[in-house]
Design a protein around this ligand. Sequence first.
Ligand SMILES: [Zn+2]
Length: 394
Amino acid sequence: MKSIVKIMLILTLACALTSVNSSGVCAQSGTAAAAIAAYYSNNKKLMVPLRQVITELGGDVFWSEPDRTVSLHIAGNHVVFNPNLPYYFLNGQSKAFSVFPQNKNGNLMVSFDFILDITEGQVIHREEEGAVLRKQFESFDGNIHNLKFSLCAQDEIYPFSREKAARVPILMYHEVDDVSGRKLGQYLELFVEPAVFVQQLDWLKENNYSTVTLAELYAHWYQGEPIKENPVVLSFDDGFCNMYKIVMPELVKRDMVATFFLHTAAIGSEKHLEEEMIREMVGNGMEIGCHSDSHASLTELDKEGLEKELLNSKQLLENIIGQEVSFFCYPFGKYNSSIIDKLKNYFYQGAVTVKEGQAAFYQDPFQWPRLNMRYQDGFTGFVRKMEALRNNMS
Ligand SMILES: [Zn+2]
């Protein structure tokens, strides 16, 4: 399904640009004055080569290999960013890219909006004729800059929107079950009572929240897909039977979805989900994520151990549900940069932690924080947490 959308996007873009250049090859400088090769992204943003434009405007660009960042000075401003992350720092303040920087034939391409932002500039004249685009803009110091671009076709690029849902709460649950007989310290804090859980779901409904999966969130943030109003992600760790018996029916009743992180060694064992239950959950729109194989502490494992916990478990889950598994949940919240690298190698798109907070598109998608829903919170604690987010206090 997703690849069809992708192909359609490419076709649409290719058609839109056929008149410009059907071969997809850029004419670097066809006319007397050197033109800068540029293209439109599929959310209609002009993408331009960073180094060439900044140099043209009298600024400097540096690449720092040790910390893999680009830093540049222009119009009295200092900008730093890592081209793999969707945000940059302008004079120390973090800001979101409207479009991810793209590496194109060794050139780092950024949106023209980004250039305007870091020069505090505004376009005062714009002229587009066939494959040539002229832009005149004024930067904050009153300088007038004239730039000429030659437009060329671009295969595929992933823009992301910053207009909607910049921050989204990912709620973390473990067990939703009767707690009678349990005391604090006996994992009680990992439980939410069914009656309280139902109250929480009703509150989300009444307050116009829409539950979304992590795949939907990812597609919104990094691939420019639209998302429902007021999104919230409900995530459940450890794959206990009460996910099937208690959680799923309450979600289905309210037309809600959630993400369930399962560790494969536990599947079918006592108190845990069985394969058939997992398939039924997926059939009801639920998302399955990987929570390792044995729920091991990953930072203590060697290469083979990590492969089993991160890759074999992913493949096993994919075989059970017949769909791709793209999100991971670190057991005990333990991870480091080499574990993140491994997840990327195994084609995960992101991972959730036990760090407390609201997830945001400018964060590393492999370190999304969550909001812990504990027994002690009850219903009022839950409402307090959600309202604090609304007032932007997280
Ligand atoms: Zn766990």
